[in-house]
Design a protein around this ligand. Structure first.
Ligand SMILES: Nc1nc2c(c(=O)[nH]1)N[C@H]1C(S)=C(S)[C@@H](COP(=O)(O)O)O[C@H]1N2
Ligand SMILES: [Mo]
Length: 193
């Protein structure tokens, strides 16, 4: 865990937590508390505003959508699961070319991402993307891949990351009341014209 007083070579902006901010890489954003003026170590679970009830918690066992369960059956989220995002092209983009470059980021809590694969045929086949190491521990990993677009038409680009312990992203996931931990595949639309 870091206590940050600066960001991008300058002072940290109030939006981002000035004067001081906790940064807990790989754990939920809720751990990275902003606007610190003092630190107290307490022996109880965080009982501050927005931190209680089902906030940042998920059922300990798989439950049916909408099922209600007692508070004791929830676990506080710790490390975040493996996830990837497609940052280029923008969803809905059009291209006149017959190939496309796809780019994005991937991360997995406090682990490394071992590979990212991309599909343009709705998951029927996958191709390995080129994947960078993190620039420092806890940083996102950048990735990119180039695809042939065999004909004009509507394509979806899907990305799937797998971490160094073999955990991969699901197509769909178990329900939880707050919709936390949605690490399902990112899909973007691309139209070749
Ligand atoms: N003091 C304080 N810190 C906080 C919060 C808050 O409500 N109060 N929200 C947390 C949550 S849930 C998130 S996701 C991040 C958002 O940080 P950002 O504004 O830098 O993206 O701040 C965290 N730190
Ligand atoms: Mo959050």
């Amino acid at each position: 865990m870091l206590v940050a007083f600066g960001m991008n070579g300058g002072p940290i902006h109030p939006h981002n937590g000035a004067p001081l901010r906790l940064v807990v890489p790989g754990w939920p954003g809720s751990c990275s508390q902003k606007w610190l003026t003092r630190i107290s170590l307490r022996e109880i679970v965080h009982d501050g505003p927005k931190m209680t009830g089902t906030s940042y918690r998920v059922p300990k066992r798989p439950v049916a959508p909408g099922e209600s369960l007692p508070e004791g059956d929830f676990a506080i989220i710790e490390r975040m699961p493996v996830k990837s995002l497609i940052t280029h092209p923008a969803s809905g983009a059009r291209t006149r070319e017959r190939s496309a470059e796809v780019r994005g980021h991937a991360w997995s809590g406090d682990r490394w991402v071992a590979r990212v694969e991309v599909s343009i045929d709705f998951g029927a086949s996958w191709r390995a993307a080129e994947l960078d190491d993190p620039v420092n521990p806890g940083a996102w990993q950048n990735w990119r891949a180039r695809f042939a677009l065999p004909s004009a038409g509507y394509y979806e680009i899907w990305a799937r990351a797998t971490d160094d312990q073999g955990q991969s992203q699901p197509h769909a996931l178990a329900w939880n009341p707050r919709g936390h931990l949605n690490n399902s595949l990112h899909r973007v639309a691309l139209r070749a014209v």
